[in-house]
Design a protein around this ligand. Structure first.
Ligand code: SF4
Length: 198
């Protein structure tokens, strides 16, 4: 727990934390009015961004820091509503992965998080890169403290090998999983991602 005396040295940082909390609360309010609960929105967003090695209930549970049981119920409710379907995992036939349906892709076009993204773009304009870098560093510190997986973008992983097969539909390679990767894969997040050493 942070003592009140620690606040004195970094009032601007504390204001930043309050702002992030408030923004997150406003997004939650938007989600409640959009027909899905916050856990269901989180699952849809995750599945839309995750690569084919990461669309499992276990990876989703890690990403949102939830229990497997809670995630199973969230995915079951999304399946019942026609937003996801389960398929055999390509790498491990004993486990399942979840993929988005057309209904989910339509729903994501009205994702309340897009409203926040638009507000961030309009408020920060040309200084967005600096804002994002600050938020990434903040997230890295929080993840390290909680010993959580990074779930970073594939192209920033130390196992990513760029353009080993120029001109191919799968030009890149994952050196960890020994799997080919497309350009779209390089922009997805991955449960196995390990950032380059700083
Ligand atoms: S290169 Fe890294 S992020 Fe990409 S698929 Fe392999 S382990 Fe995952």
């Amino acid at each position: 727990m942070v003592s009140s005396s620690n606040h004195i040295g970094w009032p601007s940082a504390l204001e930043g934390a309050h702002l992030i909390e408030r923004l997150a609360r406003l997004v939650r309010m938007g989600e409640q009015g959009a027909g899905l609960n916050p856990a269901q929105w989180e699952a849809l967003r995750y599945l839309a961004r995750a690569n084919r090695f990461s669309r499992t209930p276990a990876a989703l549970a890690d990403y949102v820091a939830s229990t497997r049981g809670t995630i199973s119920r969230t995915l079951a409710s999304l399946e019942a509503k026609g937003y996801v379907r389960r398929e055999a995992n390509a790498r491990d036939g004993r486990s399942v992965e979840f993929v988005l349906t057309k209904n989910a892709l339509q729903a994501l076009k009205r994702d309340p998080l897009l409203v926040l993204a638009k507000d961030i773009e309009q408020a920060n304009g040309g200084s967005l890169a600096a804002v994002l870098e600050g938020l990434r560093k903040t997230l890295r510190a929080a993840l390290a403290r909680n010993q959580s997986r990074a779930f970073g973008v594939c192209a920033s992983c130390r196992h990513f090998r760029r353009n080993l097969r120029p001109g191919s539909a799968m030009p890149h390679q994952c050196a960890l999983l020994d799997e080919p990767l497309s350009e779209a894969d390089s922009r997805r997040i991955c449960v196995e991602q390990e950032p380059h050493a700083a």
